[in-house]
Design a protein around this ligand. Structure first.
Ligand SMILES: *Cc1c(COP(=O)(O)O)cnc(C)c1O
Length: 369
């Protein structure tokens, strides 16, 4: 059994993938070939944003979005502590400081109450310029953007949506990438929409920001190749990765439906014994991971392992306790839920091709333990 079965997906689309890669080999435009522009158009259509700027990874997408907003030394940005390292890692690169906020212990996303408290405390402490908020759509569930955007407006902050795990998800029909001012997503192979390497995209509606992002992506380029107007990076998405994503987009909506069926079955069978991630009303998650809390995580993981079931822990350590952040972060509020969830959470095999038989085996092992 696979934790994420990329082989099953490849079998389904192998000939289409080969055809598209062959086309790239034939035209030879490996950098910014026609597939890149076609992909950007389709990504914007899926997300419901005016612009999609493809790039080299989800991490670079976050970095480019921060650069486009002029984030710099001394700026403070609020982010959950319970997330993948990349969410906050990009801040110290710019001399900015992550201020960690606690999560809602049921959705695992940033808690708007804790966010508000953190902002008020940071205003009092007055040791940097409060600039923005980076909510994360953990495991494919959108954060509470109605509440977050209202808080952002109240305090004059911008919101960068970390949609690395949520591309395709929605709230009231508004899809990931369109829920805040600007969003970053990832096409790392294990994400719901993944390529065969690294790639990502920045999504936004603002024409000026989109132009800036396109300049930042190529060394801060101006109107011609050797004119440099700002500090940027080499952050382009490879043509071959764009070609692969175009083929995967053909089956993406169907895969989201399949993920749903798998998640619904897990929740139906495990929801009584375990605290599974709560999906609030009018939300559609893309189930990047299926995660639950256990009072006996070690025991559960051991039993699943004995039966050859792969599992993972996302995430074993909250960011504020990571060595890398020790001298470069700030924790204005208690992070109690983040710490407890890290001790109790684990994730089960989740992908569009998980069979009911395999799922039933997993469930039985957990329920008879
Ligand atoms: C995967 C991920 C990223 C980074 O994406 P890469 O494409 O791997 O650089 C950022 N934030 C979160 C929450 C992620 O899960």
């Amino acid at each position: 059994m696979q934790f994420i079965d990329l082989k099953a997906q490849q079998q389904r689309i192998r000939s289409g993938i080969e055809r598209r890669i062959k086309r790239v080999l034939e035209h030879g435009r490996y950098i910014m070939g026609p597939e890149v522009a076609e992909l950007e158009e389709k990504l914007a259509a899926v997300a419901g944003t005016k612009h999609a700027v493809s790039c080299s990874s989800g991490t670079d997408a976050l970095l480019m979005a921060l650069l486009a907003h002029g984030v710099r030394r001394g700026d403070i940005l609020f982010a959950p502590s319970f997330t993948f390292i990349a969410t906050a890692e990009v801040l110290p690169l710019l001399g900015a400081v992550p201020a960690f906020v606690d999560i809602d212990p049921e959705t695992f996303n940033i808690d708007p109450g804790s966010l508000r408290e953190a902002i008020l405390q940071a205003k009092k402490d007055d040791n940097g310029t409060l600039r923005g908020i980076i909510p994360v759509d953990l495991f494919g569930l959108l954060a509470d953007y109605d509440a977050i955007n209202a808080i952002a407006e109240e305090f004059g902050l911008f919101v960068l949506q970390d949609a690395a795990q949520s591309f395709g998800a929605s709230f009231e029909g508004r899809r990931a990438g369109s829920n805040a001012q600007i969003a970053a997503t990832s096409f790392f192979p294990a994400k719901p929409l993944g390529c065969y390497g690294d790639a990502g995209a920045v999504l936004c509606n603002d024409d000026v920001v989109s132009q800036k992002l396109r300049s930042i992506r190529v060394h801060g380029r101006g109107s011609h190749e050797y004119e440099s107007v700002r500090i940027g990076l080499n952050g382009r998405c490879d043509t071959i990765q764009a070609a692969i994503l175009l083929e995967k987009l053909e089956i993406f909506e169907d895969e989201i439906k399949r993920r749903h069926r798998v998640a619904a079955r897990y929740t139906e069978k495990l929801g009584e014994k375990y605290s599974v991630q709560r999906i609030p009303a009018r939300h559609v998650s893309v189930w990047a991971q299926y995660s639950l809390l256990s009072g006996d995580r070690d025991g559960d993981l051991d039993r699943l392992k004995e039966h050859g079931i792969p599992t993972a822990i996302y995430y074993p350590t909250p960011l504020h306790l990571q060595e890398a952040f020790q001298n470069v972060c700030y924790s204005p509020v208690p992070l109690t839920h983040s710490e407890r969830v890290c001790r109790q959470i684990f994730s089960l095999p989740m992908h569009p091709y998980l069979s009911e038989e395999d799922q039933d085996r997993i469930v039985e092992i957990l329920l008879t333990g």
